[in-house]
Design a protein around this ligand. Structure first.
Ligand code: ZN
Ligand code: ZN
Length: 189
């Protein structure tokens, strides 16, 4: 059995958290990690007890929804609330953080930011990270990790393709199917 890597494990956790997001504009999740232990997590949502964008619509000012607290800040605030140091910790975020969150992360002492998807990556944020000595690395989530019967699907697809290849179908017709399948299943042979 192949073990999931730490990077993929923490990134998957952030993607799970994003499913709890209450703003319809973008679902973001963030996981703060220290010494390979999850110390906090957050998603973008309203203040506790507040109404949700998914129920009432977003509260948009100057093109931004102002109702929610971003996932990264919710995770940092959770640490503040319960007295957990963030100094020297790392954060896994589903999307590249906005400028304000980048500043907040720097001030909280976070030393490395892993993000899955590019999202309006601000050049000033990158400059601030660099000046503060914060490392930034993209870690894309391997989708299959959250697919619990991916092996069965892979086996079935491989079997179907094998049968098709012996059914007299032209190579030109088969190739796009193979390409599509190997894109979906990284391990298809
Ligand atoms: Zn909203
Ligand atoms: Zn933000």
């Amino acid at each position: 059995m192949k073990r999931i890597s730490w990077d993929q494990y923490f990134m998957a956790q952030s993607h799970l958290l994003a499913l709890r997001s209450t703003c319809t504009r973008l679902a973001v999740g963030a996981t703060i990690v220290r010494d390979n232990r999850i110390i906090a997590g957050g998603y973008n949502g309203s203040v506790s007890g507040g109404v949700h964008c998914i129920d009432e619509g977003c509260y948009v000012i100057d093109g931004h929804c102002v109702r929610t607290i971003h996932a990264e800040m919710n995770a940092v605030i959770q640490c503040a609330k319960f007295g957990i140091p963030t100094n020297g910790a790392e954060i896994y975020v589903t999307h590249f953080p906005c400028l304000n969150c980048c500043k907040g992360l720097i001030q909280s002492g976070i030393k490395k930011v892993y993000y899955a998807e590019d999202y309006k990556n601000h050049p000033y944020a990158l400059e601030l990270f660099e000046n503060a000595g914060v490392q930034v690395e993209q870690v894309e989530l391997e989708e299959m990790i959250l697919d619990f019967n991916s092996q069965e699907k892979l086996d079935l697809t491989a079997e179907l393709l094998r049968k098709l290849s012996t059914s007299g179908l032209e190579e030109a017709e088969l190739r796009p199917l193979y390409e599509k399948a190997s894109k979906l299943f990284a391990g298809l042979k």
